[in-house]
Design a protein around this ligand. Sequence first.
Ligand SMILES: [Zn+2]
Length: 255
Amino acid sequence: MLIDTHAHLTDVRYEGAGEIISNMDADGLERVISVGFNEFSSAYSVKIAEQNPKIYAAVGIHPSDAADVGQGYLGTLAELCDSVKCVAVGEIGLDYHYDDTDKRSQMRVLIEQLELVRSVNLPAVFHVRDAYGDFYDVIKKYRSNLTAGAVMHCFSGSKETALTYADMGFYISFSGSITFKNSKAAEIIQALPLDRILIETDCPYLAPTPHRGELNYPKYVRYQAEKIAEVRGLPVEEVIEITRQNAYRAFPRLN
Ligand SMILES: [Zn+2]
């Protein structure tokens, strides 16, 4: 059975995600982790998780939301981490993709959340885009905060970067972008140890080929498993089983 380790079930287009959740068995989905990107979506993800046995949550402030955080946000996130259904702090990180990014706020909020990671002893789920250099400097300094490990979500860096983080014990998570025609992920997938690889959809974004451009759904995580199976020359069922076991190892509260 499949595990989608990174989905945004709180998106309005899913209208509460009732239909996605009730179809999980039929879709071959065992677990979905709904990931927060601000205070509201974090609290909402925990609420959905507490109401549905197969849904889990991650809570955090996305770098693109860092400039807008309220004063008490760390306390709110810490309380949400008390839920047994909260498996990680994330998504947190750095994103310099847009020209108007407030790098100072991003850095401050990332470092504050790395203190939270240490105090709650949960894995961190990192979002890094066009910022791998600065992010590496932060990780070198705060690596000891990652007491429960870390995931590089929707990995978009180089092979060397992927191997560096894999060597540090991080998991490298692949989204639907690996199925795109121009993707350079194959050489990364080829080089990584299989026990470091996770799959995700990042839905509603990044629907994989052949659904590219459409609304994405957790069930489409199968396409990522198929792509990895193709690159590694393995049966898809084996990739599904390996990534399933990796997910339970990466997120100890997932069960
Ligand atoms: Zn995401």
